[in-house]
Design a protein around this ligand. Structure first.
Ligand SMILES: [Zn+2]
Length: 432
């Protein structure tokens, strides 16, 4: 089926992208103190490859700049009065970062979220239920704008508990749900437990973002089964923009290479990874000038795949979306382990409820993984252990629990604890 609603995301030729990049660099070197200090004499670039000579930007760089120049820092291209939108990041990995947008940059957010929704098949006939906090975080507000851009009706669910959200979805006949994948799973379960299955009946699209998972086959299947709806995934960051849109035909996402220069790099060496390998996504937003990010390390780990999707959509295809966060990655006995990979395996077993992953050190200084998991059928523990061993190559200690014992995770999931002493201490113990 060719979906006519699909937006035309045309990736311009390299010369055009280079011109836009150089326009951005010239502007920010002239007017933005943070960027001027970092980019100095390295611009203009002669090719897109030359971008690799510019320094990375990390969240820590931006946070440190704001700490030194509170509250907004110096990554501002225009005088403060030009900015009309203030958001902050949720600070899951550290201090709060404040991000400012001008009216032009906010219009860019709106267009880009509009593309996300068009790709997901959301249009004027849809009623979009927004199950995000309406606090200072950008996800709610950007999604609100995107839904307006495609002419949909917005049903704001900020400030409600799950039961209120379900009855609101039911009463207004919402057709589309926007939330994190964890929350989509949770909300379907709450409906089931409270006899509110009819609240799910009108929803035919669940559009997820905010954490990895909605492109992972087992998680997507769980959401689709729970809601009887299609599950679509997209990705963005407050400090970057909306950089990946859903693939409505083949699953996963596509990079918005018309609006961003995207690199997939080894997080350790900073070198590009080979086809088939995983690396950190590093992006440069070409059109967001007010709070620019040049070579921003997203912390999102993706697989570099050379082949296009079956739908022929523009922008590199990420069939499994974001695999995990580089700061979630845990090195266990010399192996890189993503908690999301453990989740993916768990979701293949239908009786699995909440779970908790704990990394710890034995007195022998050997790193171990403990997985506490709610199981409707405790005997599944052995099968899960065998499957984890096969997919991760790792022995995991499994503690089966009765359903309902672990705290329910609803927002950005907190299911991982690393109780190991700091690396230096572990090394010292191993050498002793
Ligand atoms: Zn596609």
């Amino acid at each position: 089926m060719v979906s006519e609603a699909h937006p035309i995301v045309a990736v311009p030729p390299e010369a055009e992208r280079l011109r836009r990049l150089n326009d951005l660099l010239a502007l920010v070197v002239e007017h933005n103190p943070f960027q001027r200090d970092r980019l100095g004499d390295d611009v203009p670039l002669r090719s897109l490859e030359d971008l690799a000579d510019l320094p990375f930007t990390t969240k820590d760089d931006l946070v440190a700049d704001q700490a030194a120049h509170p509250p907004y820092g110096t990554n501002l291209t225009y005088p403060l009065e030009r900015y009309t939108h203030l958001h902050q990041t949720s600070g899951t990995t550290g201090q709060t970062l404040r991000v400012l947008d001008t009216p032009e940059d906010w219009a860019w957010w709106r267009r880009n979220l509009g593309i996300v929704f068009r790709s997901a098949g959301v249009g004027p006939e849809d009623r979009v239920a927004l199950a995000y906090s309406f606090g200072p975080y950008i996800q709610f507000w950007a999604s609100y704008e995107g839904a307006q851009d495609v002419g949909a009706m917005v049903i704001a669910l900020g400030g409600m508990d799950s039961l209120q959200r379900l009855t609101t979805i039911r009463d207004y006949g919402a057709t589309t749900l926007l939330c994190t994948p964890t929350y989509a799973v949770h909300l379907a379960r709450v409906a089931d437990q409270n006899g509110l299955a009819e609240a799910l009946a009108t929803v035919d699209k669940v559009v997820c973002t905010g954490e990895p998972g909605a492109s992972i086959a087992s998680v997507r299947r769980q959401i689709q089964l729970g809601w009887g709806a299609r599950c679509l995934d997209h990705a963005g960051l407050s400090e970057v923009g909306s950089f990946a849109y859903p693939c409505d035909e083949c699953g996963g996402m596509h990079l918005r290479e018309d609006e961003f220069v995207a690199e997939i790099l080894d997080p350790e060496t900073g070198a590009p990874v080979e086809d088939g390998a995983t690396g950190e996504l590093v992006v440069t937003a070409l059109a967001r000038t007010g709070f620019p990010v040049i070579r921003y390390r997203t912390g999102d780990i993706v697989e570099r795949r050379p082949e296009p999707c079956g739908g022929g959509h523009p922008g590199r295809w990420l069939p499994q979306g974001i695999l995990g966060r580089s700061d979630d990655m845990v090195v266990i006995r010399g192996m890189n382990v993503f908690p999301s990979a453990i989740e993916q395996t768990l979701r293949e077993f239908p009786g699995v409820g909440e779970f908790r992953i704990t990394f710890y050190s034995e007195p022998t200084a050997m790193d171990e993984v403990k997985l506490e998991v709610e199981l409707a059928r405790p005997l599944e523990a052995r099968a899960i252990q065998a499957q984890l061993r096969q997919t991760l190559g790792l022995r995991v200690r499994i503690v089966p629990l009765k359903p309902g014992i672990l705290p329910v995770q609803v927002g950005k999931a907190r299911r991982v604890a690393d109780l190991r002493p700091p690396l230096a201490e572990r090394r010292a113990r191993q050498e002793a």
